[in-house]
Design a binder for this molecule. Structure first.
Ligand SMILES: *Cc1c(COP(=O)(O)O)cnc(C)c1O
Length: 465
């Protein structure tokens, strides 16, 4: 094995262990696969050291994704890393667990006849949304063909606040994207605007439970009722897909009276992210159709399963089974009571924190955490600092609080958003308030001249999570 002395090497291109062990004096190349092996302990510490410099998940108020699970759940995941979700025949118990999760979700989302539902796990909501959107497209085409009408101009109606996956869906599947813009004071889709964009070529309307911009729920019931009238009048059968990436695991526990789910006639499919408020590590998502008829047969592939056949519908093939197993663990471990308790704590922290931020003076809340435990706020008036400056300043104490600009029509609105997840306690929230106050005190020492948006500010804009 060719051992190089550190002094001979291009130090930029080499990894040199910081703490691994003092006997490890063997640099390893970074960008070209190393020629030789190193001991497992050394490889472990090289990688571990490198990851140490990632952000601290507990201080990350940007992500919706779970950053903590119980040790028992971790253990189960470790036990099941080798199980491939797609091998239904080899791992029938893992497949059974997936089906039980789908059934629990169908009940949770108020499917009257849960035996008639069909659904599956995915790698996340993005894949689930693609599947939901494809079913909408295929069903629309089926209806059009029956009527001998053209099928070359499908469109999908949604708010401009949709997550990027819907823009991807429309581009990848060649569908015209019809977005309702925001208006002052309205940051989500409403029924009136959605209906205006519908026509005979509309494959569906996407409603969001938990907008990524503000955390608000879209009025699914109003959209449903408006579609009922429109569909009756025109003979169209425009359905709704609900993107409940976050809300799917919040609404049933915190706002169970709210009708947004399969209680509504035109809601044909719902997706959610198991790795957001489903409280599982990434990546797992879910999609459920209200009945088998909503998922066209042509989209289903049949795989061997215990000598029988099992339907699968996915974009992906191989995928670890461990996240699905962990989802089932959470369902059994927490039950409705546990999910209720955890989401209620997150929501209480979010609402308190929002109220505290409103009290500081310069900020105005655009949402207050009463839908999903997410809220955002902006500056009431121009100050000598922007929300981007505040975001940067909070970074000094390790907080990751994103700032971004709203889309077209409201590009003059810049906000900060806070996502409260399990593990973010009131104690941490109080520390954040302290650091925001410190930042404001710092800005007060700066010249009063109004700062205009810098290029850097703009680069932050339009980000989607
Ligand atoms: C997060 C999110 C998505 C994408 O979900 P992933 O699980 O990250 O793929 C889609 N839609 C909404 C509303 C989201 O919040």
């Amino acid at each position: 094995m060719a051992i190089h002395k550190v002094s001979d090497l291009d130090i930029e291109e080499m990894l040199i262990s910081t703490y691994g062990s003092h006997d490890f004096d063997h640099p390893v190349s970074k960008h070209v696969m190393p020629d030789s092996e190193i001991p497992a302990d050394h490889a472990y510490s090289l990688v571990k050291d490198m990851l140490m410099l990632d952000g601290n998940a507990r201080l990350n108020l940007a992500t919706f994704v779970s950053t903590w699970m119980e040790p028992q759940a971790k253990q189960l995941m470790t036990d099941t890393f080798e199980k491939n979700m797609i091998d239904k025949d080899e791992y029938p118990q893992t497949a059974e667990i997936e089906m039980r999760c789908v059934s629990m979700l169908a009940h949770l989302w108020r499917c009257e006849n849960a035996e008639e539902t069909i659904g599956c796990s995915t790698i996340g909501s993005s894949e689930a949304c693609m599947l939901g959107g494809m079913a909408l497209k295929w069903k629309w085409r089926e209806r059009r063909r029956k009527l001998n009408k053209p099928t070359d101009k499908p469109n999908l109606v949604m708010g401009i606040n949709v997550q990027i996956c819907w823009e991807k869906f429309c581009r990848y599947w060649d569908i015209e994207m019809r977005q309702v813009p925001m208006a002052p004071g309205r940051y989500i889709l409403n029924a009136e605007e959605a209906i205006k964009l519908c026509d005979e070529n509309t494959i569906g309307v996407v409603g969001i439970m938990g907008s990524t911009f503000t955390g608000e729920y879209e009025p699914i019931k109003e959209i449903n009722d408006a579609l009922e009238i429109l569909n009756k009048k025109t003979g169209w059968e425009i359905p709704i897909h609900v993107d409940a990436a976050s809300g799917g695991f919040v609404t049933p526990f915190l706002q169970s009276k709210l009708e947004w789910d399969f209680r509504l006639k035109w809601v044909k499919s719902i997706n959610a992210s198991g790795h957001k408020y489903g409280l599982v590590y990434p990546g797992v998502g879910w999609i459920v159709w209200r009945d088998k008829g909503e998922l066209p047969e042509e989209l289903i592939f049949w795989v061997n399963y215990l000598g029988g056949k099992m339907p699968t519908f996915a974009l992906n093939f191989s995928r670890p089974g461990s996240q699905v197993v962990a989802q089932y663990y959470n369902f059994l471990r927490l039950g409705k009571e546990g999910y209720h308790r955890i989401q209620l704590v997150s929501q209480t922290v979010a609402r308190n924190l929002a109220a505290e931020i409103a009290k500081l003076g310069p900020f105005e809340l655009l949402s207050d955490g009463s839908d999903i435990p997410v809220f955002c706020f902006k500056l009431k008036k121009a100050e000598n600092y922007s929300v981007f400056d505040l975001s940067e300043r909070l970074r000094y104490s390790g907080w990751q609080v994103p700032a971004y600009t709203f889309p077209e029509n409201l590009t003059n609105v810049s906000v900060m958003r806070i996502v409260v997840r399990e593990g973010f306690s009131m104690e941490l929230a109080n520390l954040l308030i302290k650091d925001i106050k410190k930042a404001l005190a710092h800005f007060a020492t700066l010249p009063k001249s109004k700062k205009t948006a810098t290029k850097k500010d703009k680069d932050h804009g339009g980000f989607h999570h």
